[in-house]
Design a protein around this ligand. Structure first.
Ligand code: SAM
Length: 499
């Protein structure tokens, strides 16, 4: 279980357990295969040659929805499969990605602190003068002040309970011991496939301005029936890919190996291509009960890098949430701590999507020793982010059934429970920039039955989930994973930690 502690006000999640959970009891079937380089999935001549048991076919079910099956599937050749013996592995995200033991700081600052611990007589030396911003200039407001107060009030309890369970480590000399989180900082530099998919998506958008809806709705789905399928990255843009199996499979894209979790589905395309019809590929099997949105909000660092930017915040209103969602769908949006963004979600996006505000949650980031990842009072960096949660208020028969004569909806009849207000989600953050903790387990009690879940602007996949973005495969790259030894795999299984 990823939930380490749950109280009525906060929950402590172990994100690394969530990461392991993804691939536990999963046999990654790694087999030799090759791909005809002339093959493009879009044309009649499309052909995927696969050895071993791997195969790639278009979704025949999709043909009923005007999605033409064009890719040809070739079954394994007995001869070849006899020659190449299949192997099974179990993977988990690299532990170093979560190895944040001490608050984030510059190496020079960490060294200076260590020196001063050894020789308390030493004065603090600063190489460069930092322009300190007033809380107001940094975008702080009364709301952030209240949040900081609430965090300070909760921290001692979180720390005490976490230590009781030996979840938080007491490391007196953590800064030195973990060399200012050296292994985590190195893990943050893992290249993976870099911006491969972002760049390919951007090309599609600029080459095809004003694409019609039909073009994007017509691409055949690529089904991964087994491991070892190989394709060209460019053929994946604008095309839905689905792993139908109960286990993860490996997937070779150009020269990069990715892991695709069990029963997951993804679509890589730009925002505008998604809006203009790409999204229709994701609703083939019905709508979603939980939608998590993590938009690329503009900030100073994005502006500094002059990142490729193709839409305004207000354009997010065009995300066809009502078309993607089932009745009473829970919609969660990640926001940075700017008041203007929070107001944009609550006052512009939610009304435009037909979503009613339910709760606002905090995500508090603590180190593995239980300290906030940066100074709680810092006017610059914040040790928290926010999640705005709402529910779709679609008018339909079933909603009418639970409405009184004034049209007020009795939400208790629509969903098991309402997420509490001002709830705090506590985790050690992953060192990958802007990486959010998975919400499946913690949100499951607020969505009924066996929910269909969708992540928008995703950079990774989750078992059973559908993910869209301009790089949803990015963090599925094999470089982010480590292979469990047989002993580790069986130990994890026996401990029952990973479900
Ligand atoms: C804040 S990040 C999402 C992080 C993700 N939730 C995670 O935990 O890793 C926003 C994502 O939106 C993508 N993005 C930016 N502009 C986009 C566009 N025009 N169309 C589609 N995706 C875009 C970025 O490449 C990035 O992957």
């Amino acid at each position: 279980m990823a939930v380490v502690i749950k109280t009525s006000k906060w929950t402590l999640l172990d994100p690394s357990v969530l990461a392991k959970q993804q691939y536990n009891r999963v046999k990654i079937l790694k087999r030799f295969c090759f791909h005809d380089s002339d093959c493009a999935f879009g044309g009649k001549e499309s052909k995927v040659k696969v050895c071993g048991y791997a195969e790639a076919i278009s979704d025949s079910a999709s043909t009923s929805n005007n999605i033409t099956a064009t890719a040809e599937s070739l079954q394994a050749s007995d001869q070849l499969s006899g020659r190449v013996s299949p192997e099974s592995f179990q993977y988990q995200y690299k532990d170093d990605l979560f190895a944040v033991y001490t608050p984030f700081m510059m190496n020079s600052q960490a060294e200076s602190i260590c020196r001063r611990t050894e020789d308390p007589g030493q004065e603090e030396t600063t190489n460069r003068k930092r322009k300190r911003k007033t809380p107001c200039a940094a975008g702080d407001s009364g709301k952030n002040g209240k949040i900081i107060g609430a965090i300070k009030e909760l921290l001692p309890e979180i720390l005490e309970r976490g230590r009781e369970l030996t979840y938080f480590r007491e490391e007196k000399d953590a800064l030195r011991k973990y060399a200012n989180n050296k292994s985590a900082r190195l893990a943050a530099l893992i290249p993976g496939c870099e911006d491969l998919f972002q760049n390919l998506c951007a090309q599609t958008e600029s080459q095809q301005p004003g694409q019609t809806e039909l073009t994007h709705a017509c691409k055949p789905m690529l089904l991964l029936h087994d491991a070892g399928v190989k394709v060209d990255a460019a053929t994946l843009i604008g095309r839905c890919v689905r792993n139908l199996r109960d286990c993860a499979v490996d997937f070779l894209v150009d020269d990069h190996l990715f892991l695709v979790p069990a029963k997951s589905m993804f679509l890589s395309c730009t925002f505008w291509n998604f809006i203009k019809g790409g999204y229709m590929q994701l609703t083939d099997g019905g709508g979603y009960d939980l939608i998590v949105v993590d938009p690329p909000w503009r900030n100073k660092s994005v502006k500094r890098k002059k990142s490729y930017w193709t839409f305004e915040e207000s354009d997010l209103k065009q995300i066809p949430v009502p078309a993607l969602a089932n009745e009473a769908c829970l919609v969660c949006v990640w926001v940075t701590n700017k008041d203007s963004l929070i107001s944009c979600v609550k006052n512009d996006l939610f009304p435009a999507w037909g979503v009613e505000l339910l709760s606002e949650w905090l995500w508090l980031k603590l180190t593995r020793c239980g300290d906030p990842v940066c100074d709680v009072d810092s006017p610059n960096k914040k040790c928290y982010e926010q999640l705005i949660i709402g529910r779709l208020t679609k008018t339909s028969d079933s909603v009418e059934k639970v409405s009184d004569s004034d049209g007020n909806v009795d939400r208790s009849l629509l969903a098991p429970s309402v997420p509490p207000y001002d709830f705090v989600l506590v985790t050690t953050p992953c060192v990958l920039h802007s990486k959010k903790p998975p919400l499946s387990e913690i949100l499951s009690e607020y969505v009924a039955g066996d929910p269909r879940c969708l992540e928008l602007f995703a950079r990774n996949l989750l078992p059973g989930w559908t993910s869209w973005g301009n790089e949803p495969l990015r963090h599925q790259h094999i470089d982010y994973f480590e292979r469990l030894s047989n002993e580790q795999a069986s130990h994890e299984g026996k401990e029952g930690k990973l479900l």
